[in-house]
Design a protein around this ligand. Sequence first.
Ligand SMILES: [Zn+2]
Length: 163
Amino acid sequence: MNKALIIVDYQFDFVDPSGKLYVPTAETKKNYIEKLIEEFYDNKNLIIATKDVHPIDHYSFKEWGPHCVVNTNGTDLYFDASKVNKIIEKGKNKETESYSAFFDEKGNSNFLDEYLRENNIQELTIVGVALEVCVKATFDHAIELGYKTNLDLKGCAGFQDKK
Ligand SMILES: [Zn+2]
């Protein structure tokens, strides 16, 4: 079975304690996520990273405050991305948030499903942040789309996690 690792929004603004929308304990998952990357890479499986990337006046800032603004270091991936096969950017339309890596809130595709099907991927492992927001939305769509999906909680952090 062809497998892919999906690392959701593991970016400076969410992961670094000085980030704009810090998810508690997120930085402590870095070593585990990098270990998973090595495993998937050694087994010739795909590695995909998603990035929240927003225009400066993005709609979601009313709810969340500014974060992951385009052309700032807040959007930077917080791990060694040299083995990542594909980066999916989401949230670039200023009128719509895209919690899920697959589709935005209006149902527009981020072209992750298409990429996975082109590569004949059937099984996903999902890690990243924030667990109850973008990780959950991505997991739910993965199940709906029929992927065998593993949520690896050791590689996830959520807003409810305590430092
Ligand atoms: Zn966002």
